[in-house]
Design a protein around this ligand. Sequence first.
Ligand SMILES: *[C@@H]1O[C@H](CO)[C@@H](O)[C@H](O)[C@H]1NC(C)=O
Ligand SMILES: *[C@@H]1O[C@H](CO)[C@@H](O)[C@H](O)[C@H]1NC(C)=O
Ligand SMILES: *[C@@H]1O[C@H](CO)[C@@H](O)[C@H](O)[C@H]1NC(C)=O
Ligand SMILES: *[C@@H]1O[C@H](CO)[C@@H](O)[C@H](O)[C@H]1NC(C)=O
Ligand SMILES: *[C@@H]1O[C@H](CO)[C@@H](O)[C@H](O)[C@H]1NC(C)=O
Ligand SMILES: *[C@@H]1O[C@H](CO)[C@@H](O)[C@H](O)[C@H]1NC(C)=O
Ligand SMILES: *[C@@H]1O[C@H](CO)[C@@H](O)[C@H](O)[C@H]1NC(C)=O
Ligand SMILES: *[C@@H]1O[C@H](CO)[C@@H](O)[C@H](O)[C@H]1NC(C)=O
Ligand SMILES: *[C@@H]1O[C@H](CO)[C@@H](O)[C@H](O)[C@H]1NC(C)=O
Length: 277
Amino acid sequence: MDKNLVTLASSLLICIFHLYRVDAVFNYLNVTCLPEYGNYTEGSIYQQNLDSLLLNLSSHRSTRAYHNSTAGDVPNKVYGLYQCRGDVTQEVCSECIQDATQKIVQGCPLVAEAGAWYDECMLRYANHSIFSTFEKLPGGYTWSKRNVSDYHKLAPVLASTLRSVINGAAPISSRGHFATKANNWTLFNYVYCLAQCTPDLTEFDCRDCLTRARSIMVNDFNTSIRVAIFYASCQLRYDTTRKFYREIIATPPAPSPSNTTVPGNDVLINDKRKIVP
Ligand SMILES: *[C@@H]1O[C@H](CO)[C@@H](O)[C@H](O)[C@H]1NC(C)=O
Ligand SMILES: *[C@@H]1O[C@H](CO)[C@@H](O)[C@H](O)[C@H]1NC(C)=O
Ligand SMILES: *[C@@H]1O[C@H](CO)[C@@H](O)[C@H](O)[C@H]1NC(C)=O
Ligand SMILES: *[C@@H]1O[C@H](CO)[C@@H](O)[C@H](O)[C@H]1NC(C)=O
Ligand SMILES: *[C@@H]1O[C@H](CO)[C@@H](O)[C@H](O)[C@H]1NC(C)=O
Ligand SMILES: *[C@@H]1O[C@H](CO)[C@@H](O)[C@H](O)[C@H]1NC(C)=O
Ligand SMILES: *[C@@H]1O[C@H](CO)[C@@H](O)[C@H](O)[C@H]1NC(C)=O
Ligand SMILES: *[C@@H]1O[C@H](CO)[C@@H](O)[C@H](O)[C@H]1NC(C)=O
Ligand SMILES: *[C@@H]1O[C@H](CO)[C@@H](O)[C@H](O)[C@H]1NC(C)=O
């Protein structure tokens, strides 16, 4: 076959591959390692347990949006869970978790407790139980350095939209603890909010987690065009530039979302602060 034809054919294949893949995109943010809570050694029982835990979690990724599991026995018992964002497809969820099981061990080698963060999913493990308890760590924030110019207009609308999204996510529903909400803060500008907790949390703990996230959000990043707070047990985010989530339940017609992310030099820092109960 002609060499150009081969090149063309493979380009086409790559194109088709990309077209097919378009649906399953996910965006890696960071991993957070907590070495201060313990390390394990190469070839240790803890490492073997961690490997089988990650296999176990991964084996559920194509059917479940949330899963928790353990491997081994105390003192080498490993506890792990993953969660996908309430609006992502199972296909995206699955690919996101597959990637997370790899990035988390590459990013936090020999560390007993860690978390991996994506826009679409999160995965974490520890050498202590992490189920049914509200925890902030491991976690992190992303925000844009770009500011909203008329923040005084956004502030009251953001406050009420966050309140509403927290109230929506706190009670457990068929979708777990998940809610989205959009409101306009000028005639034409909208703010899009999303809140989610892991489904093992009570309504009280979910609300507590989201309320703490909100307080960081409005106090530390109050004029940013978008902020996302990722805690181990919950996430809270807003964006004034685009609708970053998929609408799932029928709602009144929203404005057509813009397709592109406004560049804003987003930064992500890991939160190393301990939980302040
Ligand atoms: C986790 O590992 C650290 C360091 O080895 C240890 O101090 C801690 O007691 C372990 N926690 C549990 C619950 O085993
Ligand atoms: C784990 O290792 C890191 C660096 O390698 C160290 O800073 C940390 O203190 C260790 N953790 C424990 C619990 O020994
Ligand atoms: C995953 O772990 C759970 C216990 O945490 C166990 O019941 C289940 O059989 C495991 N599944 C696989 C596929 O290993
Ligand atoms: C955004 O506002 C913060 C706090 O007021 C300020 O420190 C920062 O420089 C501003 N960013 C830009 C890009 O103007
Ligand atoms: C939101 O849009 C409506 C019209 O659709 C307008 O009446 C209202 O004033 C807007 N809200 C704000 C805060 O500008
Ligand atoms: C997963 O979490 C639930 C609480 O939401 C708990 O009852 C269950 O035991 C956990 N699973 C494992 C394998 O520990
Ligand atoms: C934004 O946060 C800064 C620093 O925490 C604070 O000084 C300022 O009053 C806040 N502005 C608004 C509008 O809340
Ligand atoms: C968004 O994308 C659609 C098709 O993908 C296009 O028709 C539309 O013009 C785009 N809108 C903006 C604001 O770029
Ligand atoms: C991840 O976090 C580390 C330190 O906490 C930081 O140096 C790094 O730039 C972050 N990576 C991304 C992609 O934000």
